[in-house]
Design a protein around this ligand. Structure first.
Ligand code: WTA
Length: 656
């Protein structure tokens, strides 16, 4: 079996970037040379619509990068207005398919052209303005994956308000924390969403989140009618989406903001109990997403591009909304679960809508693989021409299945590595150019620097695993952690430095290696972050949720490899002395996590621990727990362990 896949000649011949254009455009020289790199980004930024041009391309004082200083723009002009004066005015911007609600109506499909999307955005921006939202305010979006989610994001941007989208799977507690942290003025939600034939009661969750002083910044809740079930509307505070837009004067004139103006905040897990509000700029962010979309997904006007992520995650921000729209692409959106009502749901939609590019996560690919090839083979997937993967390492077996069964051996695969913090794709094959190895994201994109180093900053040798860093700023890099610049410096810029100059480098939190051929292999997180089904979870967040339970004295959470979901969560829990372990208590603890964070964070396994293994300085030795959870025993170095008894007891439990 070949372990290298070169771009199919028919694909390469028509690709935006192939061997000819790559060198003709000078892309081969970009990453090594500072001046070339800056020229590359300047050129990429020119493709956006600016109100006024920047005077300084980059002002770099690590870790503060100011890109396109002096430039002003509005994100929605690049995503919408610019297409209206071209033939794309009547091109579909969004094709959306809903999930049928408990079989009561046929699958609903809605199409919005660029003109229609533009008008909806202007109308809703006018509505937000009526509600008192001003440039610089924060607006929370808690919606199912319906076109209004994209409309709401863009409407905020039209006004220069900063959106904070919270994934609809987060609990009331998690929503409350996020609203509080960035003091949002308005929440945009729906009565409910459809998921696996059930209604997800979003409005109820919002009401619960707002039943607390910490969310007193909220003036209004705008509610989209989606599922149509009864919800409580609080007079003065709550109003329906349709009411809000009915009387609004559309905001045709966009509000111009500086390139550095925060377009959005997106919360993501880190190594402490509190999620970080990652702040992204307007000009730099859009430059990164529009260029990477164009090159990595080989943008063609005829494409129908489906990124299956929810808008609640960064992938949904960058490659459901901003990247494709900047390029005038047609995006496909699907509201529901991948295997509902039948395991062939994805393939059925690809066939019916003639989708040409699918961008999804390894966990979904592995799920489909388990369900069996016949669900895929029943459908005509000949419209597909390119496949993408994101969110976690893809194992070569799943890669080959994706390539052979879904792609019919004809579609290149782009395995894209990036993070909430990086804003846009950092490493990926270029599908018309790169000979790809299954499981490797291959190479940093033009304009991006990635390096694998040892803890002291010296470069690793080929095949030596180390820490993945970026030594140079890039336009779509995060700007700060909302309200906590010190945390930004500490979390990303304090661990690794240039061994010669002492200049700090951006540390990704991932372990990686370059192989002998220079292909990049991501090993996964080296910090206390786990990646379950492509969802990033901080082990400390789950631990804080567990210790809130009155029966719990202490908890340690680790990830163990899981065949389908990449990683699974195992929690080791020490109960208070007067508590008795029971299955009912385990269930209560799982529920506690679901209500603090969301059901998707529930531990897969809870294990009682008489004591947790600690170092002499009192730090929990998660490495040992990880080994125990994975292999059922501990082989590693135990010399720093304070009390061998703790681990011996856990090991004994495992054997019994
Ligand atoms: C992991 C998602 C291997 C990685 C866009 C990173 C990947 C974290 C890949 C960021 C990939 C993402 N191969 N690992 N192609 N893509 N990761 O912030 O550990 O939700 O640090 O962003 O996912 O997750 P986040």
């Amino acid at each position: 079996m070949s372990d290298r896949y070169s771009p199919p000649p028919a694909f390469a011949a028509r690709a935006r970037i192939n061997a000819d254009t790559y060198s003709a455009l000078g892309l081969d020289r970009v990453s090594d040379d500072d001046a070339e790199r800056l020229a590359y980004w300047s050129h990429a930024a020119e493709a956006l619509t600016w109100r006024s041009h920047w005077h300084t391309l980059l002002d770099w004082q690590a870790p503060r990068a100011r890109w396109f200083v002096g430039g002003t723009l509005n994100a929605t002009e690049s995503c919408l207005d610019r297409h209206l004066s071209t033939w794309r005015r009547n091109k579909a911007a969004i094709i959306w398919e809903g999930e049928p609600l408990q079989g009561e109506r046929p699958t609903e499909v809605r199409t919005l052209t660029y003109q229609q999307l533009h008008d909806e955005v202007c109308r809703f921006a006018g509505a937000l303005q009526n509600l008192g939202v001003e440039t610089g305010d924060r607006v929370c979006i808690y919606l199912p994956l319906v076109p209004e989610a994209v409309i709401a994001m863009l409407a905020c941007a039209r006004l220069g308000a900063t959106h904070s989208v919270v994934f609809g799977g987060f609990s009331a507690e998690a929503l409350r924390d996020r609203i509080h942290d960035s003091a949002c003025k308005v929440v945009i939600t729906a009565d409910g969403g459809a998921r696996k034939g059930q209604i997800v009661r979003l409005k109820d969750t919002v009401d619960q989140a707002l039943s607390d002083q910490r969310t007193s910044s909220i003036r209004h809740v705008v509610v989209l009618k989606r599922t149509g079930h009864d919800v409580k509307m609080v007079p003065e505070r709550d109003l329906w989406w349709d009411e809000a837009t009915a009387n609004a004067k559309p905001l045709y004139q966009a509000v111009y903001v500086s390139a550095e103006h925060p377009l959005f905040i997106l919360y993501t897990s880190g190594t402490t109990g509190k999620p970080k509000g990652v702040v992204h700029s307007t000009g730099g962010y859009l430059t990164g997403v529009s260029r990477s979309y164009r090159f990595v997904f080989d943008h063609k006007d005829q494409d129908i591009f489906w990124c299956s992520a929810d808008v609640g995650w960064v992938t949904g921000h960058s490659y459901v909304a901003y990247g494709p729209l900047c390029n005038g692409a047609t995006i496909f959106l699907y509201e529901g679960a991948p295997t509902h009502p039948e395991p062939n749901r994805f393939w059925d939609m690809i066939e019916r809508h003639r989708i040409s590019i699918l961008y999804t996560a390894p966990t979904a690919i592995r799920t489909f693989m388990r369900l069996g090839d016949h669900h895929v083979r029943r459908h005509d997937l000949s419209s597909l021409r390119l496949l993408g993967s994101v969110g976690e390492p893809i194992n070569p077996e799943a890669w080959r299945w994706y390539h052979d069964v879904v792609g019919g051996g004809r579609c290149p695969i782009v395995d894209t590595w990036w993070q909430t913090e990086t804003g846009s794709i950092m490493a990926s094959p270029l599908p018309g150019l790169t000979t790809t190895k299954p499981g490797s994201c291959m190479k940093a994109l033009p304009g991006i620097d990635l390096c694998v180093v040892r803890a002291d900053g010296t470069a690793c040798d080929p095949s030596e695993q180390g820490l993945l860093v970026s030594r140079k700023p890039w336009p779509s890099m995060m700007q700060t952690v909302w309200g906590d610049d010190e945390r930004y410096r500490q979390a990303y810029w304090s661990q690794i430095k240039d061994p010669v100059t002492g200049q700090p480098w951006y540390f990704t939190g991932d372990g990686a290696r370059f192989d002998e051929d220079g292909a990049l292999w991501i090993a996964g997180r080296v910090d206390d972050v786990v990646n379950v089904a492509g969802h990033r979870l901080g082990t400390a967040e789950i631990e804080s949720a567990l210790v809130l339970h009155p029966a719990v004295a202490e908890a340690a959470v680790v990830g163990r490899p899981d065949e389908v979901r990449g990683q699974a969560v195992v929690a080791f829990v020490t109960l208070k002395a007067d508590q008795t372990p029971s299955d009912a208590l385990k269930a209560a603890l799982a529920k506690q996590v679901a209500s603090e964070i969301g059901s998707f964070a529930r531990p897969d396994e809870i294990r009682w621990a008489g004591a947790l293994p600690k170092t002499r300085s009192g730090k929990i030795m998660r490495r040992l727990l990880r080994e125990l959870a994975t292999k059922g025993r501990v082989d590693g170095d135990l010399t720093s362990l304070e009390d061998f008894g703790a681990i011996a007891a856990l090991q004994k439990d495992d054997e019994s």
